[in-house]
Write a protein that binds this ligand. Structure first.
Ligand code: F6R
Length: 250
């Protein structure tokens, strides 16, 4: 059911698997139309089922990623290369090892670009050179972050080094054993980088997202809640299950 009069087109599904299938099917269709599709990707719980569907589609021969390229939203700073908690490793496990895109990009320091402060500019240039992002997948942080654009992130921000919000580090603590081990900084696409994508598909599932889904749809558009900046994008859709929609449907 599409939510009536929502400030962002919002589809409420009975179960998250329904949304995962819809979004994966759309990506498969786009890839079949344009095998050189440029995908913007997120890590975390929200997109995991979409990646499962995409791996299944590739295994069934319904689609190929051999000409596609990908740009992830963000990556921690100050983790050794190949660290099992890096977003690169996570993406390999959930998608890249199985679908093998032609080119994979993460906003991270490399031998070619070891200086964090320069990585952002270089990443923006790579996105431009690829022709821009055709479809960007997003989750929403409980504090309203998109990528690691935490509250306070400007509308015009581009890929850059950011400090992680204490609430974001707290949520990551279990993966790192303790909050003290969670990196304090990351590199993230900016709000303006995300808004430049031709299509944006946002996923939010479970009761823990109900409050932020409501804020995304009704709060004033401002950097206090960066997800509100999605309003007004020409092709954005939000997919939520009943639990995540609870505060806007009752
Ligand atoms: C991940 C990212 C984050 C997450 C957000 C929601 O690459 O950029 O903004 O999308 O924190 O995380 P989950 O999906 O785990 O609830």
């Amino acid at each position: 059911m599409w939510l009536d009069g929502a400030s962002v087109p919002t589809l409420v599904v009975d179960a998250r698997a329904d949304a995962e299938r819809i979004v994966a099917d759309e990506i498969v269709a786009l890839l079949r139309e344009n095998p050189a599709l440029v995908l913007g990707l997120a890590t975390g719980n929200s997109p995991v089922g979409v990646y499962r569907e995409l791996c299944a589609a590739q295994a069934a021969g319904r689609v190929s990623f051999a000409n596609a390229s990908t740009f992830n939203l963000d990556e921690y700073l100050e983790l050794p290369g190949g660290d099992p908690r890096s977003f690169r490793r996570w993406m390999e496990e959930h998608l890249f090892d199985r679908v093998k895109p032609r080119a994979v990009h993460m906003p991270e320091c490399t031998a070619l670009q070891p200086e964090p402060a320069r990585v952002g500019e270089a990443y923006e240039r790579l996105i431009q050179a690829a022709g821009g992002i055709d479809v960007q997948l997003l989750g929403i942080g409980r504090n309203g972050h998109i990528g690691f654009n935490e509250p306070g992130a400007p509308r015009l921000s581009r890929t850059r080094v950011v400090e992680l919000h204490p609430a974001t580090r707290e949520l990551a603590a279990s993966a790192f054993g303790a909050i003290a081990h969670v990196p304090k900084r990351a590199i993230t696409m900016g709000v303006a980088t995300i808004l430049a994508a031709r299509r944006i598909r946002v996923l939010a599932f479970g009761a823990g997202k109900a409050e932020i889904v409501k804020r995304a749809l009704v709060d004033e558009v401002s950097s206090a809640c960066p997800v509100t900046f999605l309003r007004g994008h020409p092709d954005v859709k939000l997919f939520v299950d009943r639990e995540a929609a609870a505060a806007v449907t009752r």
